[in-house]
Design a protein around this ligand. Sequence first.
Ligand SMILES: [Zn+2]
Ligand SMILES: [Zn+2]
Length: 370
Amino acid sequence: MATKRDYYDILGVSKGASADEIKKAFRRAAIEHHPDRGGDEAKFKEVNEAYEVLKDEAKRKRYDQFGHAGVGGNGGGSPFDGFGGYGGQGQNVNFDFGDLGLGDIFSSFFGGGQQTGAGRRAQRGRDVETRVEITFEQAVFGTEAELNLNIEDTCEHCKGTTVEPGHQLQTCDQCGGSGQVVNVTRTIFGNIQQASICPKCNGRGKVPEKACSVCHGKGTRVKSQRIMLKIPAGIDDGATIRLREHGEAIANGPKGDLYVNIRVKPHKKFTREGDLILSDEHIDMVEAALGTEIEVETVDGPVRMKVPAGTQSGSDFKLSGHGVPRLKGETRGAHIVTIIVETPKKLTKRQQELLQAFRAESTPKRKFWH
Ligand SMILES: [Zn+2]
Ligand SMILES: [Zn+2]
């Protein structure tokens, strides 16, 4: 909790900033840090998180009063929802795309997060989303990608227990070990008792005798992590790979999951439809009329293909087994070649004469004008 930056600092505005100033500051910062414009994704999320709170009058008020603890619970009522560390907030950043006009780019990217309901204690770290861009061929044949993340990892000193090594846990003095505190509210109907999670021990009933001296009792630390990700052959643009327990760490619980969104760069020559690879090949009208054999560029290299006599422009031919491998099974889709017949734009005198002679031999379909 202590490592979370102040929301006003993140947006670079003063505590007394107007709603309009906050909105302007958000726009500037979001554009600056937008990952699609080469910005830092972690910063981008931070900016969005800050704006999510400061644009909302009620949340901003709670934040001013209670700090991060007042707004961590996804809008929940308890000012203590946010306790339990950064990973315990169960809060999914809601991007305000209306303000940026970038909704289409990100709607699929950040859509997959899991939320912990407001007021419930999160028992695992937060899910993290990232993305990887690969080439057309890498998507077809599979590849390995290196991910570099800068996220909360388990504190190596206390192994995520929050306790300084050599020390014990002791019963929480705030809740007496029950993990709950009871608030009594007086109303005209009598006293209403409401139990909530003990903010001191986060519901565990125990607190460290001495907090870990490295993470100060948080159980986690921000660390840069390198993960090698195996991307299977046949993966398509927009697919998401989940790596279980590779997300953010949390004290006394498993890590969240890591979601990796795969972006496939467009290819100069090939397009893709499911397990089919599509491309065009150009031939001239004589080849189309007489038939020919051409070399077709495929992801496996050049492949020879017969074009029969009388081929019309726009005809499709299938090269079996040169398409995309199916994710399940050993088989591959086909490569579909569309033949484009080119009509010559310039003819030599001799070619003109030959074509006129050719025409004289043909059955006229329409009246000639010269
Ligand atoms: Zn520690
Ligand atoms: Zn307690």
